[in-house]
Design a protein around this ligand. Structure first.
Ligand code: MN
Length: 196
């Protein structure tokens, strides 16, 4: 599927004359293995994990946010692919529009594919189709291995911290590091931003 078709769902949900979100289609480098976690104060506060896979941000909504404890399984609901330009979007989606509420870049960085099967590396795009991917995050807040595994055939996946030197059951960055990594603002400060 081309990038344009992959963003069809994203674009059909939004009216770009009313939302400050990017429509995509820019010239951003497609290859950079970046990830972003956006804190999104919509009808329910949640964390959107997005990973660049073949030029689009493949996305999951994680209600509780990521855990640094390997025992902390987190529900992750797959959502529509987002354009790469979304990775540095921070702002307010107006009332009455899809995803209305404040968006913050809670963490971002690069990742390395760790997906394997029977000791062989599996390309991340194939892991995605087969329902299991793993990656090493080099974020500002999150570091180390994480795995995402689909449970059944629907949108439900589980996000789990892999046991490694970065695992830490006592750390809880979702509550101790609540601000934006781009602007150091709180959700409340971003929510007062004015859009022309
Ligand atoms: Mn969201």
């Amino acid at each position: 599927m081309g990038k344009k078709e992959r963003l069809g769902d994203y674009r059909s949900k939004r009216d770009f004359s009313h939302t400050p979100e990017p429509s995509g289609g820019g010239k951003k480098s497609k290859k950079q293995p970046i990830f972003v976690i956006q804190k999104h104060d919509a009808s329910n506060l949640h964390y959107d994990l997005r990973i660049n896979i073949d030029g689009v941000l493949v996305s999951w909504a994680v209600p509780k946010g990521p855990s640094t404890d390997p025992k902390g399984k987190r529900l992750a609901m797959r959502t529509e692919d987002h354009p790469l330009e979304y990775a540095d979007f921070e702002g307010v989606i107006p009332k009455g529009h899809y995803g209305a509420g404040t968006v913050m870049v809670w963490d971002t960085g690069t990742y390395r594919n760790l997906t394997e099967k029977d000791g062989q590396e599996v390309p991340i795009a194939r892991g995605l189709v087969e329902g299991h991917i793993a990656f090493w995050f080099e974020g500002r807040k999150l570091k180390g291995g994480y795995a995402l595994t689909q449970t059944g055939k629907g949108k439900k996946w589980l996000l789990v911290k892999i046991k490694d030197k970065e695992a830490d059951a006592r750390r809880n960055p979702v509550s101790t590091q609540p601000n934006s990594v781009l602007s150091d603002r709180t959700l409340n400060e971003i929510s007062k931003e004015k859009h022309e």
